[in-house]
Ligand binder design. Structure first.
Ligand SMILES: Cc1ncc(C[n+]2csc(CCOP(=O)(O)OP(=O)(O)O)c2C)c(N)n1
Ligand SMILES: [Mg+2]
Length: 389
């Protein structure tokens, strides 16, 4: 099973020198850290490939959202945070890589997608909508843009408590057109919250291309409207992503407030596994795959300028597969959820209703609740009267 200290270099990363690029991208990272970035990118891709296999075997029971071609943006940006200091991020469906960097394990991801009883949400949510604040990632909600005001609040609390912590929130290009995004980022800007807003410009929001939902030439330009710095970077270059995010994290930690970063990347799969991408111009996906794959580019960088022997990367690939194989076997052995689980870990915990109430007949459930008649739910008295008549 994967551990977040997979190459032993994770703790305290991002806490040393500020990011500078005079000596080329990623110049503040050690060789070990650069290999760890590779490990997380490979883990993200291979784990998602395993999930696709399980999906086709109908063992993944919900939707499957891929980040194929976007692994560098999630991994490189999350890596710029410092979990040892209590930094937190809130991921979206295409940020599995950021959760792995923060310490989510392949086993819990597999159990989650397979809706197992021992998954983080006990089978009540079917992909990566779960949080682990202790490990620095907050559970996402699906509503586009809404995690921006949530993270503005989280990071405002850091500032008020005078904590040395930074937050990072991911949004897609589509999410930047929502009211929640606007309100959240404006609030974070004016309150000088230590927040980094990562806009993943992957070309599409479901089937809508970027130019059909915003008139802004570049999404980073939106930052000017909020009076905060905005930077644009190549989202498929993991070292460039790390550097640009690290600069924003450093600014936030120095008390200089929020920043917006646009990472330019490309969504090579459909919105989810069921989407056939018929709306994508012919040849576009193949071109990005051929010319701008973040893993291929990083392998070239590592084996070229960084002089890492190809065999060393192959060893990491093999270790990733071993970890995923072990985790898959374990997840397959996991039990399905028990019906009582539906009543645990909810707002009233323990539940105010006795477990298994639904097996005692509908009367006990209805009588146990006060509710206005206007709710239109089943009323046994009226039902009985109707049946008698
Ligand atoms: C407020 C709101 N409207 C619509 C949806 C349905 N929806 C889910 S993801 C998505 C597209 C998201 O596009 P983008 O923000 O670019 O992120 P990407 O999927 O490209 O990563 C839509 C329309 C939603 N979740 N929330
Ligand atoms: Mg998008």
């Amino acid at each position: 099973m994967a551990t977040r200290a997979a190459t032993g270099a994770r703790a305290g990363r991002g806490s040393s020198r500020p990011a500078r690029e005079e000596a080329g991208p990623g110049s503040t990272l050690t060789r070990e850290q650069k290999l760890e970035l590779y490990y997380y990118m490979r883990l993200t891709r291979s784990l998602e490939e395993r999930l696709v296999n399980l999906y086709r075997q109908t063992k993944v029971v919900g939707g499957l959202f891929r980040s194929l071609g976007q692994e560098a943006d999630a991994v490189g940006s999350a890596y710029a945070l410092d979990r040892a200091r209590g930094d937190v991020l809130s991921p979206l469906i295409r940020n599995l890589g950021s959760m792995l960097v923060q310490g989510a394990t392949p086993l819990e991801i597999l159990r989650q997608y397979m809706a197992k009883g021992d998954s983080p949400t006990r089978g009540r949510e079917l992909n990566i909508h779960f949080g682990s604040p202790d490990r620095g990632f907050i559970g996402q909600i699906s509503h586009l843009g809404d995690m921006v005001p949530v993270m503005a609040g989280v990071t405002l609390s850091f500032r008020i408590r005078q904590q040395d912590r930074v937050g990072l929130v991911y949004v897609g290009d589509g999410a930047t057109s929502t009211g929640a995004f606007h309100e959240g980022i404006n609030f974070a800007a004016v309150q000088r919250c230590p927040l980094v807003v990562i806009v993943e410009n992957n070309g599409y929001a479901y089937s809508t291309p970027v130019h059909r939902q915003t008139a802004a030439a570049e999404l980073k330009d939106k930052a000017a409207g909020y009076g905060i710095p905005g930077e644009r970077a190549d989202g498929n270059d993991v070292l460039a992503v790390y550097d640009v995010t690290r600069r924003a994290v450093d600014r936030a930690r120095r008390g200089e407030g929020a920043s917006l970063i646009e990472l330019v990347t490309y969504r090579r799969k459909g919105h989810a596994e069921h989407d056939n991408q018929s709306y994508v111009p012919e040849g576009e996906i193949e071109r990005w795959a051929r010319e701008n794959d973040p893993l291929t580019r990083y392998v070239e960088r590592l084996t070229g300028a960084e002089r890492v022997p190809a065999a060393e990367l192959k060893e990491i690939d093999a270790r990733v597969l071993r970890e995923i194989d072990l985790a898959t076997d374990e997840a397959e052995r996991s039990p399905v959820p028990q019906s009582e689980d539906a009543l645990v870990g909810i707002y009233a915990d323990p539940a105010t209703i006795e477990p298994l109430w639904f097996r005692e007949g509908i009367r006990s459930a209805v009588e146990g609740h006060e509710r206005p008649a206007s709710w239109g739910t089943h009323d046994p008295d009226t039902a009985a009267a109707t049946e008698d008549a």
